[in-house]
Design a protein around this ligand. Structure first.
Ligand code: SAH
Ligand code: SF4
Length: 371
């Protein structure tokens, strides 16, 4: 098989996967109601027109949803009562209820939200000075099966719709009572196997008449679905990309991240080079340090080689130990070694503090315990 054909068949596979999940990506949840949180101004205008109302009602509706942040149609006092009743019948403003909430001593708060079909996901709010970051899930569970991840352990339940993702951000905003200044799609799930819904959510969050969060403050983290990295690099917005690398040694990465085995590190390297060239933006590599697995001298040498002379940033994090897993985090000392070496070959590096470890903030842990 020619390499080119191989690439195309993978693109088709992933796009086919995406098509199969079409029903979960539309703004219509299972009860047939339209989730207004995934609707653009144009969608809202089309909806009110369909309900026999003038177009300007769409703008009024948008203002109630985003500027005033109401959760009930009854509160939309400048809309005619008949329209409010129609909207309540055909549309929805909230599709989830909090099933659990935990507060960390570092100020972060973690929520388990349950949707109407009983499926639950996690989201986290992380305040820092006058900023507030929300960590959002894109799927309930995940099919990628990473060996160190609590979400991967339970498999995929279903993908989320754009509205369901946006709702997690709204939940963080309302609980903290302050504006969310950045969003990371780093909760449960693999955003690039739910590409269309993820992009639609990012656009709602970015839209000045939606939440108005700057594109650079909206980050997607992928385990490395290469055809979708390429697609993402062609999107017009300046969204930020993070890639979970976790090892630059092929056999280690294959063992840790079996779901992306089909895409070699060499192909990832090339795709990221093209990404940087096309967008001029600096992608981040996530690297969770696991004692004796990806923190050896050999691993460090390969990591330096993978990153040197490329536009990238490395985020080192100590593995969050998950119950039942035999993996242990490396020492803080080892993380500093890694950071020093990477910096010495010119690679921008940070050691990210794990937030909310006292509330099981690692991906998927709360859901595993309470879900
Ligand atoms: N599926 C996407 C995004 C969700 S996971 C991805 O894999 O990138 C968000 C981040 O948490 C990823 O970098 C992932 O590798 C990391 N992660 C998962 N389990 C972890 C753990 N136990 N300790 C530290 N990081 C973890
Ligand atoms: Fe899925 Fe990301 Fe967890 Fe891997 S790390 S199983 S891709 S959520």
């Amino acid at each position: 098989m020619q390499p080119q054909e191989h690439t195309n068949s993978i693109v088709n596979d992933v796009e086919h996967d995406t098509e199969q999940r079409e029903d979960t990506q539309s703004s219509r949840p299972r009860d047939g109601k339209i989730n207004l949180l995934s609707c653009s101004r144009r969608d809202l205008e089309a909806l009110v027109t369909e309900l026999g109302q003038p177009k300007f009602r769409g703008k009024q509706l948008e203002s109630w949803i985003w500027d005033k942040g109401v959760a009930s149609f009854d509160d939309m006092t400048n809309l005619p009562k008949a329209l409010r009743a129609e909207l309540a019948e055909h549309a929805t403003l909230r599709t989830s209820k909090p099933a659990a909430a935990l507060r960390s001593s570092d100020g972060s708060r973690k929520y388990l939200l349950r949707y109407e079909d009983g499926v639950s996901v996690e989201c986290v709010g992380m305040p820092s000075g006058n900023r507030l970051a929300a960590c959002v899930s894109t799927q309930a569970g995940c099919a990628m099966g990473c060996a160190f991840c609590a979400t991967g352990a339970s498999g995929l339940t279903r993908s989320l719709t754009a509205g369901e993702m946006v709702e997690q951000v709204i939940h963080v905003r309302d609980d903290f009572g302050s504006r969310v200044t950045s969003v990371v799609m780093m909760g449960q799930g693999e955003p690039f196997v739910n590409y269309d819904a993820t992009l639609a959510a990012l656009r709602r969050l970015n839209d000045p008449s939606g939440l108005g969060i700057g594109a650079r403050h909206l980050t997607v983290s992928t385990c490395g679905i290469i055809p979708m990295i390429t697609r993402f690099s062609r999107e017009p917005e300046q969204f930020t990309l993070a890639v979970s690398l976790h090892s630059a040694v092929q056999r280690t990465r294959d063992a840790l991240m079996p779901g992306v085995k089909r895409w070699s590190l060499l192909r990832l390297y090339d795709a990221m080079g093209e990404y940087a060239e096309r967008t001029g933006r600096r992608p981040t590599y996530e690297y969770a340090l696991i004692r004796g697995v990806n923190d050896t001298d050999e691993e460090l040498t390969y990591l330096c080689d993978f990153c040197r002379d490329t536009l990238c940033h490395v985020n080192l994090i100590l593995l969050n130990a998950t119950p039942g897993s035999h993996f242990e985090p490396s020492s803080q000392h080892r993380a500093l070694d890694f950071a020093r070496h990477l910096e010495s070959v010119g690679v921008e590096t940070t050691i990210r503090n794990s937030r909310g470890t006292d509330i099981d903030a690692a991906c998927g842990q709360l859901r595993q315990r309470l879900g």
